[in-house]
Design a protein around this ligand. Structure first.
Ligand SMILES: C[S@@+](CC[C@H](N)C(=O)[O-])C[C@H]1O[C@@H](n2cnc3c(N)ncnc32)[C@H](O)[C@@H]1O
Length: 224
């Protein structure tokens, strides 16, 4: 996603209020992720953080995190997140005391999001890595992730040819949706059955749907 808008004097008040509010919520909740959101508002006013952290996006990622915990457990040596955008899911996993995650690599093809993701994850400098890369061009064998997450499947043209690049037996968590009217969604699916068929995983540990007001999100957890 390209960032073209810049704050004007008319919007600078909004940024100040948003920054103050985020810092207040961070102080109240003691959440490094919310403190990271405040830092993003201050350092990267061009980033679409309000869109990435809106209540529907958060609900879908809480669904991913909590289902992952119950289906596949809490311990991961390296989690790779593809299409990781501003690194919100990475921060959610790293700050959650129920999980034991040694490293999160967040890859995105958009060079504008790398520094924003790093700012958002400022609290995890040893564990969090943001990298600009095309998910089709990554050497997944060398990467050695024990969990590969892609909650942006609706944004990539050929899901199966991407999955073919990941070593057989690797656990994956995938999300897509039926939000066909959004122009950047080039590969939506109409149902969890269609998503299951498209991904053609070797094993499936979870397949489900989460309805929201405008669209339904689908999720699969299993192995390639
Ligand atoms: C709008 S965002 C995330 C949407 C998703 N529903 C979510 O919340 O996780 C989609 C991201 O996928 C990234 N992306 C699209 N194609 C990619 C590719 N081939 N490799 C890596 N990242 C890609 C975009 O740059 C963008 O940041």
């Amino acid at each position: 996603m390209k960032h073209t808008s810049h704050p004007t004097s008319q919007t600078s008040d909004w940024y100040e209020h948003a920054f103050d509010l985020a810092r207040g919520i961070a102080a109240y909740t003691q959440s490094p992720l919310i403190e990271g959101v405040a830092k993003v508002i201050a350092k990267h006013p061009e980033a679409h953080i309000a869109n990435a952290f809106n209540h529907k996006q958060v609900a879908c990622k809480v669904w991913a995190r909590d289902t992952l915990l119950s289906v596949a457990g809490s311990s991961y040596a390296r989690i790779a997140i593809l299409g990781g955008w501003y690194g919100i899911l990475g921060a959610m996993l790293l700050e959650d005391a129920r999980f034991n995650v040694a490293a999160v690599d967040s890859f995105d093809i958009d060079p504008d999001v790398e520094t924003v993701a790093r700012t958002l994850n400022y609290a995890f400098p040893e564990k969090f890595r943001a990298v600009t890369a095309d998910m089709y061009a990554i050497d997944y064998t060398t990467l050695g992730a024990d969990l590969v997450i892609n909650t942006s499947c609706e944004h990539i043209a050929d899901l199966r040819s991407w999955l073919d690049r990941i070593p057989a037996g690797t656990r994956v968590l995938l999300q897509s949706n039926d939000y066909f009217s959004e122009p950047t969604h080039i590969n939506c699916v109409a149902s969890v059955e269609e998503f299951t068929k498209q991904a053609a995983l070797s094993t499936i540990e979870f397949a489900g749907a989460l309805p929201t007001k405008r669209y339904t999100r689908f999720m699969l957890i299993g192995t390639v």
